[in-house]
Design a protein around this ligand. Structure first.
Ligand SMILES: O=c1ccn([C@@H]2O[C@H](COP(=O)(O)O)[C@@H](O)[C@H]2O)c(=O)[nH]1
Length: 230
């Protein structure tokens, strides 16, 4: 199955569906984030699923354990392929959500965000977290593995280190991917698709380089070609 997940950001329901209609669910999955879900609600997820797409619901839940577990179950009831929480919410929060999903025999993958790819070392320290960004990602990835989740969101720059910490099967879902033809936008810790896969990313999240293109499917194909050419 393809490693590509296309982020449907900066659009409403009809725009998202127009983009989705140019994409092939065999060549990419799609990600519904805070903006699209807040505008359109669960119906946008159902619409995308009815077109054959696996949906990653990227709402990054961060709250007390009971609230997060209930939100994760609500996402799983929607039948999403993947949902996420913030690892910063702590071991108990993540474990409670993972346990509830397991008890319910859901198929939905649960992953946790480590350090946002838009953050730099300086910004992380300025937010009150001392030490190196890599050490913090490693710590949160270990916590996520111990809580029984399926993987993390991290930068591809940290994928090899996360593989070393949590193993090959542990998912490394990496945004901040910029193909050779794209600009970096507000992302700080970026990598190309080829380098990200070589570093151990299992899934590549790509938004603007595809959705801003006049022909999103063509952009997906160019990325796939970049990957195939290695
Ligand atoms: O650390 C993170 C976590 C999530 N994201 C999300 O991924 C996409 C990236 O979009 P681009 O347009 O390719 O920059 C976006 O939806 C973010 O909310 C992330 O970038 N970093």
């Amino acid at each position: 199955m393809t490693p590509l997940i296309i982020a449907l950001d900066n659009m409403n329901c009809s725009q998202a569906l127009s983009v989705a209609d140019t994409l092939d669910p065999l060549e990419c999955r799609v990600k519904v984030g805070k903006e699209l879900f807040t505008r359109e609600g669960p119906e946008i997820v159902r619409q995308l699923q009815s077109r054959g797409f696996d949906v990653f619901l990227d709402l990054k839940f961060h709250d007390i354990p009971h609230t997060v577990a209930q939100a994760v179950l609500a996402a799983a009831d929607l039948g999403v392929w993947m949902v996420n929480v913030h690892a910063q919410g702590g071991l108990a929060m993540m474990k409670h959500a993972a346990d509830r999903l397991r008890e319910g025999h859901y198929d939905t993958r649960l992953i946790a965000v480590t350090v946002l790819t838009s953050l730099s070392q300086e910004e992380l320290n300025a937010s009150g977290i001392p030490g190196s960004l890599e050490a913090h990602v490693r710590h949160l990835a270990g916590l996520t593995r111990d809580a029984g989740l399926d993987g993390v969101v991290c930068s591809a720059r940290e994928a090899a280190m996360v593989r070393e910490t949590a193993g090959k099967e542990f998912l490394k879902v990496t945004p901040g991917i910029r193909p050779a033809f794209a600009v970096s936008d507000d992302q700080h810790r970026i990598m190309t698709p080829v380098d990200a896969l070589a570093a151990g990313s299992t899934h590549l999240v790509i938004g603007r380089p595809v959705t801003r293109s006049d022909n999103p499917m063509d952009a997906v194909r160019r990325i796939s070609e970049e990957i195939a050419a290695g």
